[in-house]
Design a protein around this ligand. Structure first.
Ligand code: PRP
Length: 181
């Protein structure tokens, strides 16, 4: 019997489609910066490939910082509380900050981070997300830069995982519902 390979998982966005869209977003960020400096803050771990690629399309003096969060409890419909696992390394007061996410889902993570970062009084605070699932939103929050808006699909690849696997896939694929862990 043939075994299922990840190459059989349906591609939602190919590496070429992602590369083109990321380049467009980078150009948009560059325009909005108007020659000013930028601090890119990646939300670990899923945002790592997007941040790396996006940064190479931003023509500005950009630095990187990273935070890590986790939700209390199990699953997406958990308590709704977000916990900070790793804080920023450097203060962001007076800086132009771009939070970089792989996916905006319920909005709990980004609402939490936005509130936290605004307390430091950055000069500007914007959000870039590669994927947006607006139908899942529990908190009122929108990204300033959106790669693709999608329905409620389970996606893997380009940073996104299933039980920590598949983050390194270059394409974004659909996780089959019946796939064993
Ligand atoms: C994912 C994603 C966002 C968050 C979005 O991270 O990277 O940080 O969920 O969900 P929300 O809008 O419902 O808060 P996850 O907790 O899966 O961690 P990971 O990036 O390490 O995969």
């Amino acid at each position: 019997m043939a075994t299922t390979s990840v190459n059989d998982f349906e591609i939602l966005y190919s590496r070429d489609q992602i590369a083109q869209r990321v380049a467009e977003l980078g150009a948009q960020v560059t325009r909005d910066l108007n020659g000013e400096k930028l601090v890119m803050v990646g939300v670990l771990k899923g945002a790592a490939p997007f941040l790396a690629d996006l940064s190479r399309h931003i023509e500005a003096d950009a630095t990187f910082d990273f935070v890590a969060t986790s939700s209390y409890g199990h699953g997406r419909q958990s308590s709704g509380a977000v916990k900070l696992i790793k804080d920023l390394d450097h203060p962001i007061e007076g800086k132009n900050v771009l939070i970089v996410e792989d996916i905006l889902d319920t909005g709990l993570t980004l609402s939490y981070l936005r509130k936290l970062f605004l307390q430091q009084k950055p000069k500007s605070l914007r959000i870039a997300t590669l994927l947006d699932k607006p139908s899942r939103r529990l908190e009122k929050i929108e990204a300033d830069y959106i790669g693709f808006s999608i329905p409620n699909l389970f996606v893997i690849g380009y940073g996104m995982d299933y039980a920590e696997h598949y983050r390194n896939l270059p394409d974004i694929r659909l996780m089959p519902p019946d796939h064993p862990e």
